[in-house]
Ligand binder design. Structure first.
Ligand SMILES: C[S@@+](CC[C@H](N)C(=O)[O-])C[C@H]1O[C@@H](n2cnc3c(N)ncnc32)[C@H](O)[C@@H]1O
Length: 336
């Protein structure tokens, strides 16, 4: 599912999810999907909910979301959870609660990173999303995905569930008011037995929501484990935003719709994972693509001392060998 092409990691959707999307969306013409997807992404770009109560309104919107955005959000979630698994290598969550589930993106990615998950609870307010999500899940090779419990609920209203090992909300906060966001974050943290992961688009607005969420969750007692290797206040400059980029291969369906365009796309995302567990001691996180120069590599690294430029030269031997394998989002190695 992860391929290295010319030094860049590409994510591919798992075969069963690719097949599920192609099968369930087969009845709609790629042209129609493309038109609806453009209208939908225009609505998200404007970023306001004018008269409408929701960005996604119709069954067509749901299909377009699944065709165009689910692969990209899958890649972002997968990449974020991989960072989590690197800093909590001994943690094997068994239960997952995901809110604002859409077509089930997070559970597919979480199942790929954490195959020990055996019970999944999903909360979503849109019944068309739930219908499609359930249909996609019927094609899963994973039993927990097939048996996931879908609950139709508005997360800003009254709902209850038991605590779960891992709790997630992906590309959801932006659809809620600040007040509802904060209340939801507190509730999700309360329901997280171990770790809560919040993912947003890698835009200034998405990062600003992540930054606020981080502050709130640390104040509630959370330990920031990824991407931030510390609980100190975020050192990112006001005019900058912390985000990562994940390349994903476009499926046949995706390429058909985007006729003639690239065979891959890069999804930019911001995220925060807070845990009740202490992660592995991490000296820093690589922000941005490393700059490979003659005889040395330059990195921008976030650590508890702030954001700084680090240079590793050939003379650093073992460290240089490790440094050549690092990419945007990697843990920065400790000098021995
Ligand atoms: C952009 S989609 C993200 C879907 C999925 N989490 C993903 O990453 O692909 C946002 C989803 O959140 C749902 N949503 C928005 N507000 C909600 C609310 N108040 N309660 C429950 N679901 C909500 C929408 O219906 C939609 O399915």
């Amino acid at each position: 599912m992860i391929l290295r092409k010319e030094g860049v990691l590409h994510i591919e959707l798992p075969g069963d999810l690719r097949y599920a999307l192609e099968t369930e969306l087969a009845a709609i013409s790629p042209k129609k999907l493309a038109k609806t997807a453009t209208e939908l992404s225009d609505r998200y770009r404007v970023g306001k909910l004018p008269v409408r109560k929701s960005y996604i309104e119709s069954q067509e919107d749901v299909y377009a979301y699944a065709a165009f955005r689910m692969p990209a959000t899958f890649a972002a979630v997968y990449s974020a959870l991989k960072q989590v698994s690197e800093v909590l290598p001994d943690w094997n969550p068994q239960t997952l609660l995901d809110v604002g589930t859409g077509p089930g993106t997070v559970m597919w990615a979480a199942d790929a990173v954490y195959p020990d998950i055996n019970a999944i609870t999903l909360l979503e307010k849109d019944e068309h999303m739930i219908d499609l999500g359930r249909k996609l899940a019927e094609h899963a090779s994973s039993i927990p995905i097939q048996k996931a419990e879908w609950i139709k609920a508005d997360v800003t209203g009254h709902w209850e569930t038991s605590p779960h090992d891992m709790v997630t909300a992906s590309y959801v906060l932006g659809e809620l008011s600040e007040q509802n966001r904060n209340a939801l974050l507190k509730k999700l943290w309360h329901l997280a037995k171990d770790t809560l992961v919040i993912i947003e688009p890698g835009t200034p607005a998405g990062f600003s929501r992540i930054k606020q969420a981080r502050e709130l969750l640390i104040a509630e007692g959370g330990i920031s484990i990824a991407p931030c290797p510390h609980n100190s206040s975020c050192p990112m400059a006001e005019d900058d935003w912390c985000h990562f980029s994940q390349r994903l291969s476009r499926s046949r369906l995706h390429r058909q719709i985007k006729a003639g365009e690239l065979s891959y796309e890069d999804e930019k995302f911001s995220f925060i994972a807070v845990s009740r567990r202490k992660g592995e001691a991490v000296s820093g996180r690589v922000l941005r693509h490393p700059q490979i120069r003659k005889g040395h590599i330059e990195f921008e690294v976030c650590s508890h001392e702030g954001i700084s430029k680090r240079v590793i030269t050939r003379k650093d031997k073992e460290l240089f060998r490790k440094a050549r394998k690092l990419s945007w989002g990697s843990v920065f190695p400790q000098s021995e």
